[in-house]
Design a protein around this ligand. Sequence first.
Ligand code: ADP
Length: 243
Amino acid sequence: MVLIKDGKRLDGRDFDELRDVKMEVSVLERAVGSAYMEWGKNKVMAAVYGPRELHPKFLQDPTKALLRCTYNLAPFSVEERKRPGPDRRSVEISKVTTEALSSVVMLEKFPNTVIDVFIEILQADAGTRCVGLTAASLALADAGIPMRDLVAACSAGKIQGEIVVDLMKEEDNYGECDLPLAIIPRKGEVVLLQMDGKLTKDEFKKAYELAFKGAMKVYEMQKNTLLGSMKRFVGEGGNDDGN
Ligand code: ADP
């Protein structure tokens, strides 16, 4: 499959161009915090429940809260109906998401409790673990749970020998490599880095830099989204048109 034509990608993007990203917080009434994101054709909802007392009690940690992220791909989110329920892939993504977020959430403030984060992929088009993590981090902030910083994510990869940022489905399927990255932007620390495929050292460096830059752009959008939501909350934001 031809992925690059006249120096442009299938959807007309440049190599260092992200898909369109939209984010919104406080979208669910009954969750403590929530976020909805669209990133290209991906549509993702994240909801936070807790902190609340953890049961069964033997799982409780008197020094900190347990963070539990659950990533779920809806049956209607992909081309062929996905069998509902957890599978190896979603268990893996739930685990790496939990680990990434555990390094920013101040879990020590809520001993003996659990904080649940549900990530629902309503429509999938590659890069969903990055969207899920970004949305989950927004939902945690929306819930007012103290965090050292947000987590921002973005992927890069290799298609037809070129290093590009933010692979969409066709590029993920027919490309050579995908490299999702999540960072704690203020510290520049990496909390998730995976690689599916092969890259040379130089290609890796280039892909890493593109993903990092992409995640920093996403971080700016996250901060603006949270700021906008706060302004609305205290009545300083004018109407929803941002006027
Ligand atoms: P990510 O979504 O983080 O890139 P993968 O690389 O594992 O994770 O998946 C790439 C894409 O493949 C997903 O975004 C989704 O569009 C598609 N996909 C994943 N799992 C399935 C599945 N069980 N059935 C159909 N498509 C899937």
